[in-house]
Design a protein around this ligand. Structure first.
Ligand code: DC
Length: 224
């Protein structure tokens, strides 16, 4: 049987990773969180004190980076130059740095082949911003997952509190609006819905309802 590739794109806080992870478990596919891959570069730039707006300086760091991804109990873990950075890449500072460095075309090219390779030999659910448009333009199923800015801010707040780094609503909302703007206005692979992607708006749906709709779309589109 041929591999099935499911591309899920959408803005931050739309619930992509939790939903994609649950759907992957239900379908027996590998889940690839590409945001985590970009975050390893954001983390490195933050730690090394390089200005993320200095494109040349960011590009000069790339050859020294060895980014690896592996799975432990079905959970994706990120290694940066041999060190496990899975938890560290979730820090709020890293989110902002990542959004900035991911706008640099050379950073995107640096990660492109790694992402494609992951989908070559196995069925995957891959989430990000440009999976259906750039990374896997021939994916069997494409979903554009979104929710209102307010709903996404509320969900992000809960997630940050769960991770032990709580922030107030206004801060989280502002951060989401800034990232949305940057992710959709950059020249290189901006966040946009692929022409053949199905729009799934989860503003009024809880987790189980969203998962049910997602799996139904996969069943109809993916011929699984
Ligand atoms: O999904 P996330 O919040 O972990 O992503 C972190 C940042 O990485 C986000 O601001 C946009 C960027 N990103 C990207 O440009 N392309 C992807 N495929 C995934 C993430």
């Amino acid at each position: 049987m041929n591999n099935i590739r499911i591309a899920i794109d959408g803005p931050s806080g739309a619930g992509k990773s939790t939903l994609a992870q649950a759907a992957a478990a239900a379908l027996g596919y590998i889940y690839v969180d590409t945001g985590a891959i970009y975050r390893t570069i954001g983390l490195h730039i933050w730690k090394s004190g390089v200005d993320p707006a200095d494109t040349e300086a960011v590009i000069a760091e790339l050859p020294g980076l060895r980014i690896e991804l592996h799975y432990e109990d079905g959970q994706q873990r990120m290694l940066l130059n041999g060190q496990d950075v899975t938890e560290e890449i979730r820090l709020p500072e890293v989110s902002q740095y990542t959004s900035a460095v991911s706008a640099i075309p050379a950073v995107r090219t640096f990660l492109l082949e790694m992402q494609r390779e992951l989908a070559r030999t196995q069925s995957v659910i891959m989430d990000g911003r440009d999976i259906g448009t750039v990374v896997l333009p021939d994916a069997e199923v494409k979903i554009f997952l979104t929710a209102s800015t307010q709903a996404r801010a509320e969900r992000r707040m809960l997630e940050l509190a769960r991770r032990g780094t709580p922030q107030d609503y206004e801060n989280v909302l502002k951060e989401i609006e800034e990232r949305d703007w940057r992710d959709t206005h950059r020249d290189a692979a901006p966040l946009q819905q692929a022409a053949d992607a199905i729009l799934l708006d989860t503003t009024a749906l809880d987790f189980q309802e969203s998962l049910d709709v997602l799996l139904k779309i996969v069943q109809e589109r993916g011929r699984t």
